[in-house]
Design a protein around this ligand. Sequence first.
Ligand code: CP
Length: 304
Amino acid sequence: MKKDLIDILDLTNNEIDEMINVAFDIVENPQNYYEKCKNKKMAILFYEPSTRTRLSFESAMLDLGGNVLGFSEAGSSSVSKGESVADTAKTLECFTDIITMRHPKEGAPFVASQNVNIPVINAGDGSHNHPTQTLTDLFTIKREKGRLDNLTIACCGDLKFGRTVHSLISAMSRYENIKFILISPNELKIPEHIRSEILLKNNIEFIETASLEKYISEIDILYMTRVQRERFFNEEEYIRLKDSYILTPDKLITAKKDLSILHPLPRVNEISVEIDKDSRAAYFRQAKNGKFIRMALILKLLGL
Ligand code: CP
């Protein structure tokens, strides 16, 4: 039976650990993987802008010896003539072995997965989920901290619309002794379904607060996010909230020496560029890790 990745919870912790181990091996021995996807093609269908996810998938497939085709702008495809997600996916199934899709509508990659017999990867659907970013985040945490348990993780910024945060909380809630500090303005708190279905249901310790300064000294992983302008209905509201948190060096004075600062990127204004020089700033290492873990994911879904 084919396997898709629509939600991070489609994968067990064992499967994630397995992929992380493969990603470590790819980092050490890339030459062993150069031909693994020879004669395989990936369709990359992006209905929304992207830099990291799209190009790291392309790079991942190329480094595995495979090929990619698709679009980065739905307007240049027959989507502009009204073609449905299901029909587009069925068409790409004729030409490729695996589909990666980003879409502004929640559930669109799931619809694609239900209509084809090849694996479908959700590369971000609306403000819902972003499971391959979470694989990237987990691989990065493992590389930076050496563990995925016994961590205090602060998520800061737009926790309402930020799909990477939703997937990260879902994934990390399955590891031992994880505590979340959820830092946001009142208007951008995590959705109720994450609070009730993930955190409360699994008895995960969490604090919701508007203050980054108050908890900074307790944090192992600081996961900064941008305020998601494209999800707001009201531009004035976005402008009012967009600079709620700006991480500057003075805010890190009491932070742990081995803190890891993550950000899925793109960054707008929420981390000062001065922080980039701090060895605790892991966000560009995180972006690089995205390729290795996506290589491991492609191999898994193609059964290679
Ligand atoms: N992190 C992430 O999804 O970045 P892109 O939007 O550039 O793909």
